[in-house]
Design a protein around this ligand. Structure first.
Ligand code: HEC
Ligand code: HEC
Length: 454
């Protein structure tokens, strides 16, 4: 009897070890992936994934961020490595428009066969890759070599961006990621940002943002939900079928007149989108993360979120295959007036701020839990909270939205900064910052109905 109880207890102990060991292993993999993402150069030209996907700038780069980098930053290898001077990047387009050169259709004619694309963030990937046709990564959905999966994406990124010369010979110009590194990078990227879609409508308190949400979801005016259901990257299942997921469309962005990159006079070949040769479709990005990660669209052609919404009123969209599809299905394209454009943009600003505030609260609370001997960690967490709070302030103030929330955010920022400088009161200050952030969030949305994350 005693032996049996002992055996059962032992078995239970083993089982409980097993179930708690799983998340630990996952955590280790994510930590390993973080290390690789930000520090591993794969014996190449000095770049890391973090060169173009820096954490402090929402895992993307734009001209304003690029302007803060020193001239010897590996982003600029084409400016100081003679082997990469030609046909690797276009330094002017990189600095002025934030564009990166990609040889998506192959490396056989480097002088003519390339596209210039903006850097997408790597947030909310668990919600924005799966489609009925398989995984969709990159602006055209075909960014990853081989099986097209997020895991394979890293291999393609190393070959494209990390090479020391244009010969691109593995083990000479760079080394390819190992299986362990690919697993770790995938786990790390999947851990970033939002893990699930919002459920709209949110009980927003702002008058204009609230109206914007209605227009966004209205099948007769905004029609945005059709491709960005719940302001994410997936198509509406009631229109496109239950497992449509993250679809590709030709929305006519390539047809926009006066694109900044074209205005420079530099060579910018047309981007033919998905496949080789391309079918001119591009992959739908998530919108919760949009407002603080401009410029917008695959070619960084539009600077402001208001401009990105207004894109859907123009000829480029309404004459495009996707625009014509809307006309066939609903009898009209998209035609919003200035007040409505601003309302939809206000909605996109507010859901972006809510996501950022949620992250900042999480960072400040975790910082408050760190002990005296974990000061490096709590400092890093507070610095991240400040980055996200700065974004919330910029996104709200930039649209003239929620001045009271902005005041709470400014106070939270001040407290977090004081916390970083404080020797003994860091925990208390981090908690106070969290409280201010919660007050800011309560200005944006009914408290009974917070957003879904974390
Ligand atoms: C020189 C800049 C640069 C570097 C370095 C870089 N990327 Fe990117 N990344 C880009 C660009 C540009 C795109 C868009 C590519 C496309 O549209 O196919 C992109 C797209 C992505 C995407 C697709 C995101 C989505 O929403 O579909 C992922 C994932 C990604 N990169 C991961 C990585 C990883 C992992 C590394 C390191 C191994 C890396 N990147 C290194 C510029 C860079
Ligand atoms: C037919 C499908 C479709 C509809 C309808 C649609 N979108 Fe999009 N959206 C896309 C695709 C595809 C892209 C990527 C296009 C590209 O970069 O070439 C995109 C990109 C965007 C972007 C840029 C995001 C970024 O990170 O650069 C914003 C903002 C946006 N859409 C907002 C809206 C709004 C607001 C509406 C409604 C007025 C709307 N969309 C309607 C498919 C759609």
């Amino acid at each position: 009897m005693g032996a049996l109880v002992g055996f059962l207890l032992g078995l239970m102990f083993l089982m409980s070890c097993k179930s708690s060991a799983q998340p630990e292993a996952e955590k280790d993999l994510v930590a390993k992936g973080r290390e690789v993402f930000f520090n591993e150069t794969f014996e190449g030209n000095g770049r890391t994934c973090g060169t173009c996907h820096p954490e402090e700038n929402n895992f993307t780069i734009d001209p304003a961020f690029i302007a803060t980098l020193p001239d010897d930053d590996p982003l600029f290898v084409a400016e100081f490595n003679p082997d990469l001077e030609e046909n690797f990047e276009n330094p002017r387009l990189m600095r002025e428009v934030g564009l990166i050169l990609e040889n998506l259709d192959g490396f056989d004619d480097l002088a003519n066969k390339f596209t210039m694309r903006g850097v997408p963030h790597t947030l909310a990937l668990p919600t924005s890759v799966a489609s009925r046709q398989g995984p969709r990564t990159g602006w055209s959905g075909d960014g990853a070599p081989g099986d097209g999966s997020l895991r394979s994406f890293s291999t393609g990124a190393v070959i494209q961006h990390f090479t020391k010369t244009l010969n691109r010979v593995p083990d000479v110009d760079f080394r390819l990621p190992t299986d362990e590194e690919l697993d770790a990078l995938e786990a790390f990227m999947l851990s970033l940002g939002r893990q699930e879609d919002l459920v709209l409508p949110l009980a927003l308190k702002g008058t204009v943002a609230s109206r914007g949400q209605d227009i966004f979801n209205d099948p007769t005016s905004g029609k945005c939900f059709a491709c960005h259901v719940n302001a994410g990257a997936n198509a509406d299942p009631t229109i496109f079928g239950p497992d449509a997921g993250n679809m590709n469309f030709n929305t006519g962005v390539e047809e926009l007149p006066d694109q900044p990159a074209d205005l420079t006079g530099e060579l910018v070949p047309p981007d033919d989108g998905f496949g080789v040769p391309g079918d001119s479709t591009f992959n739908t990005p998530p919108l919760v993360e949009a407002a603080d990660t401009g410029p917008f669209f695959h070619n960084n052609s539009v600077e402001t979120i208001e401009g990105a919404v207004a894109f859907y009123n123009g000829d480029a969209f309404n004459n495009s295959p996707a625009g014509q599809l809307l006309v066939q299905a609903t009898g009209s394209g998209i035609n919003l007036d200035a007040t409505q454009v601003e309302a939809v943009a206000a909605f996109l600003r507010v859901i972006n701020a809510l996501e950022n505030i949620g992250e900042s609260i999480d960072f400040t609370q975790r910082a408050a839990e760190r002990g005296f001997f974990e000061r490096d960690e709590s400092e890093t967490l507070l610095a991240r909270a400040i980055d996200e709070t700065d974004d919330s302030i910029m996104v709200l103030a930039g649209g003239g939205l929620h001045p009271d929330a902005v005041a709470f955010l400014e106070e939270a920022r001040r407290l977090a900064e004081e916390g970083i400088d404080s020797f003994f009161s860091r925990g208390r200050l981090a908690r106070q910052a969290a409280t201010e952030l919660e007050k800011a969030r309560d200005e944006l949305v009914e408290t009974s109905m917070k957003t879904t994350q974390k």
